[in-house]
Structure formats: structure tokens, C-alpha cells
Design a protein around this ligand. Structure first.
Ligand code: AHR
Length: 502
């Protein structure tokens, strides 16, 4: 008996879902742990540039082609005074960051971060504090960043060294305001009213901006999805996106249950879409609300270690999850899920980017290196641009305790007409069996297989480190065509990128 699963995928360019918004491949940097200090910024590192930013880290970030970075938080945001982070560095105050029980030296603030983002060629999604602060601080920050000149805050930006306005397009109205852990946690109605008023005046300062309002921190929140319904009812006219977050983990050490967790993301998005459309009908709006999934990743490895950290230090090593192969495959599944909702999810932020639950790690005064999850994210960002198609997936299933029947095969396809390329992303969830995949590319006559990238390995718990890259992509056998049908083998527990010239 053959020890493999058989599955089929039918891909047709007539079945278009949507253009993938490049911002689906966004990321996130928070003033948390060693993300900023000791991560992107380490002025006494041999790789530091004139502003103290590590060039080796920037090179690794550039390889990901991250188009957007959310900043400065996260839970940190809800106690942040943005004015502490501008002007001469020596005069900036150190403050207690209550969210992470750390000390924030404010050496990096809005201007420095904007400069870093330009160096990596990314837009910034700048977040305003709606925890301890409100309308005035938010409108002043928009004025500081986006108003040309001739007003107090815009002239202060110029005095601080930046003549031209930054023109920041996307702004977040607070962070996870549904969470009791948030400084300034609010009810949905309290938050909705504040977000509506803050957003209104932010758009009065600069009508070209787009606003992201907080949805739920995860699908298990007791207030989900009523939170979205109330918040959107209060803010529908002002905002352009609703933000949702979710983190996953294999704390039960059950690989098939773990691989099923992308189904949570799938159902979560579908429910939020339904709520958006319900509120659209309720408030009689012509606008379709879009989703910003601006924190997603695996996060569980570091939870116990973090409980033992000493408080009130600058840049303590928090949330330093070390990711294994399983985690990378789950990240691949989450990317496929985001792409499968590309008609409504326009922004995605892998949380986070450096050192904190991150694809990129740094050693103090030492190397920068990449984790297992770096690879699927990079592949999706490089090859997942274009029109997302709706493939038919025919796959054997397994029964998950939490999600019912789950297919062993997860897949999506992206067609890039401009570069005449078709990419099929595929995950084989089965940890034991290979999968023989038949691909019917019916509308892509004359296609040629150009690449098969695989991330897999003998040890699902294998990790990378500064010393060794145990988990790295490898080249697989190309799909073979016979009588118009393509066949390819997907190894057990693997992330696959199949690229065709079309
Ligand atoms: O990314 C880590 C934390 O997760 C963020 O600060 C917060 O928004 C979320 O709970």
C-alpha cells in the first residue's frame, strides 16, 4: 500500500478572487524587548550606520520586501507619549513602560523610525495612543508628520530636521482596546466614540489619510464579535479598515491539531467580514469595510521564560520565541489563509520583525540571523503578488478536535500577468505521509514549471540559530506534465512554492 495521500488542485485564471494588496506582507515593530534597542538600532555595533541602525538587519529586512511596518505598538502604544520621542536625543526622558514592565529611553521616536523605514523602503502604519491619551495628541501627531509647514507641530518637525512632511497614509486608532490588559481598556462603545472623534479630526488635519480601528485581539475574546459590531456602528463613516489580531501555538504538542489552527484564522476573518457587511447595511453606507490583520504569528515558546524576567530594564530579552519547522509550516498555512481572503484583507502584519516573536534575530554585538518562519514569509512576499485565484482543492481530510474535518492539503494560487508567472503555494499538513498532488492548470496551456521550493526536514522540532541554519529551503523536483495534467510530490509536513511560467 502506497504510503502517501493523493490530492488535486484545479487552477483557472477565470476564477479571480482579488488583487493581492502588497501590504498583506507588512510587519510590525514595537518598543518591546529587543525589537528596537539591540534589534534595528545598536549604535555601537560594527554594522551600525551613521544613525545607529544595523545594516545587516536592514539587509535581511530588505530581502523580505516588507512594504509596510506598523509602529510603535502594540501594548506599549497605550502608555506612549509621542512627544517624548522627538527633538534632541539627550533631552528625551526615560519612562516606565507599564505594558512590558520595562524602561523606555526614547532614543528612537517618530523621526528616527521614519528614517529607518525609508532605508528599508517601507511605508509606516503609525498608531496613535487611545489608551491614556486621545483626540488632541492624535491630531497633533498627524500635524507633526503630515502638515507641510506654518503651524506649531509642523514647524517643530522642520526644526527637528525633516523639512518635507512624511505623508504617512495609514494610521491606527489605538491597539487591542478590547483587552483588559490594555492600559486604558474601554468598552466597545467608549472606544468606538473616542475612535470616531479622534479619527474625524485626524482626517480634518489631513483628509488623505486612511484609518484602522481596533477590532478583537483574538477570536476567543468574550466580546467577539459584538465588539466589532458596536465599534463599527460608531465609526463606520470615519474608518477604512478594522484591525484584528491572532497568535497561534502548539502548547499541546499535537502537530495535526496545530496545523488545523489556520482554520481559526479562516473562520475569524469570515466572521469579521460578515459583521462588517452587517454594519454596512445597518448604517446604509456605500463603503465596503476592509480588514487589517495587523498582528499575526506563532507565539508560545517564550511565555514561561518571560514570566521570570526582571522588571524595569531597558530592552530586556522578551518574547524571544525560537521557531522550529512546524512553526514555519503553520506560518505558511496562515499566509495561504490571508491570501485566500485577499478580497477583504488588505493589510497583514507579521508580528513582529526583529527579536520579538520575529523572523530576524540579532546577537548583541554579533550576528543577525534568520529563523525558520523567515522563509515562508519571504516566499509569499516575493512570489505572492498579483491576482489571487480561487482554486478547487480536492484533498483527503482528518478530524481535528477543535475544527472538525480539515484537509491535509492547503493551497492558493497567485497569477501575475505582468511577469507571466503563476505561483501555487501548498502545504501538506500530514506529518507522516507524502502527498501526490495533481495539478490541473486548464487555462494555462503551454505553462512551464520553473521552480519548486520546499521547506521541510527530518525533524519537525529543528530550529535555526546564529551558528547553524538547520532549516532552510531546498529545491524540489519540478512538477511533471502528462496529457495536460501536472503531478508533483509534496513531502510530509512541508511548505511548497510551485512556480510556473505561463
Ligand atoms: O506583539 C506582542 C503583543 O501582542 C502586542 O504588544 C499586543 O498588541 C498583542 O497582544
Amino acid at each position: 500500500m502506497a504510503d502517501l495521500n493523493k490530492a488535486e488542485l484545479i487552477v483557472d485564471k477565470a476564477f479571480k478572487l482579488a488583487e493581492a494588496d502588497p501590504r498583506l506582507y507588512g510587519s510590525f515593530i514595537e518598543h518591546l524587548g529587543r525589537a528596537v534597542y539591540g534589534g534595528i538600532y545598536e549604535p555601537d555595533h560594527p554594522e551600525a550606520d551613521g544613525e545607529g541602525f544595523r545594516k545587516d538587519v536592514m539587509d535581511l529586512v530588505r530581502r523580505l520586501q516588507v512594504p509596510l511596518v506598523r509602529y510603535p505598538g502594540g501594548n506599549f502604544l497605550s502608555g506612549y507619549r509621542w512627544e517624548d520621542g522627538i527633538g534632541p536625543q539627550k533631552e528625551r526622558p526615560s519612562r516606565l513602560d507599564l505594558a512590558w514592565k520595562s524602561v523606555e529611553p526614547n532614543l528612537i521616536g517618530t523621526d528616527e523610525f521614519m528614517s529607518w523605514a525609508r532605508k528599508i523602503d517601507a511605508e509606516v502604519n503609525l498608531a496613535v495612543n487611545l489608551g491614556t491619551r486621545g483626540i488632541e495628541a492624535a491630531r497633533n501627531l498627524v500635524e507633526y508628520c503630515n502638515h507641510p509647514s506654518g503651524s506649531y507641530w509642523s514647524d517643530l518637525r522642520i526644526k527637528n530636521g525633516t523639512k518635507n512632511p512624511y505623508g504617512i497614509r495609514t494610521w491606527s486608532l489605538g491597539n487591542e482596546m478590547d483587552g483588559p490588559w490594555q492600559i486604558g481598556h474601554k468598552t466597545a462603545y467608549e472606544y468606538g466614540r473616542l475612535a470616531a472623534e479622534a479619527g474625524k479630526v485626524m482626517k480634518w488635519v489631513d483628509p488623505s489619510i486612511e484609518l484602522v480601528v481596533c477590532g478583537s485581539s483574538n477570536s476567543a475574546m468574550p466580546t467577539f464579535p459584538e465588539w466589532e459590531a458596536t465599534v463599527l456602528t460608531e465609526t463606520y463613516d470615519q474608518v477604512d479598515y478594522i484591525s484584528i489580531h491572532s497568535y497561534y501555538g502548539n502548547s499541546g504538542d499535537d502537530v495535526l491539531e496545530y496545523m488545523a489552527q489556520s482554520e481559526d484564522m479562516n473562520r475569524y476573518i469570515s466572521t469579521v467580514v460578515s459583521v462588517c457587511d452587517y454594519v454596512q447595511a445597518k448604517v446604509r453606507s456605500r463603503k465596503k469595510m476592509m480588514i487589517s490583520f495587523d498582528e499575526w504569528n506563532v507565539w508560545f515558546h517564550s511565555s514561561e521564560a518571560d514570566k521570570k524576567q526582571e522588571p524595569w530594564r531597558i530592552a530586556p530579552p522578551l518574547l524571544q520565541d525560537i521557531y522550529n519547522l512546524e512553526d514555519a509550516v503553520l506560518v505558511g498555512l496562515l499566509l495561504i489563509t490571508l491570501l485566500s481572503h485577499a478580497d477583504r484583507v488588505k493589510i497583514g502584519c507579521l508580528a513582529q520583525l526583529v527579536n520579538v516573536i520575529a523572523p530576524i534575530m540579532t546577537e548583541p554585538k554579533g550576528e543577525a540571523w534568520v529563523q525558520t518562519i523567515y522563509y515562508p514569509f519571504m516566499h509569499a512576499s516575493l512570489y505572492g503578488r498579483g491576482t489571487v485565484l480561487i482554486p478547487a482543492v480536492i484533498s483527503p481530510e482528518y478530524e481535528s478536535k477543535d475544527f472538525g474535518p480539515v484537509p491535509y492539503l492547503a493551497s492558493t494560487a497567485v497569477y501575475n500577468e505582468e511577469s507571466s508567472g503563476l505561483t501555487v503555494f501548498a502545504v501538506n499538513r500530514d506529518p507522516k505521509k507524502e502527498m501526490e498532488l495533481s495539478l490541473d492548470l486548464r487555462s494555462f496551456k503551454g505553462a512551464s514549471a520553473v521552480d519548486h521550493i520546499i521547506l521541510d526536514g527530518p525533524d519537525p522540532k529543528a530550529v535555526n540559530s546564529a551558528k547553524a541554519q538547520a532549516v532552510q529551503p531546498r529545491k524540489g523536483k519540478l512538477p511533471v506534465e502528462e496529457s495536460g495534467s501536472w503531478t508533483v510530490t509534496l513531502p510530509a509536513l512541508s511548505w511548497n512554492v510551485l512556480r510556473f511560467g505561463v
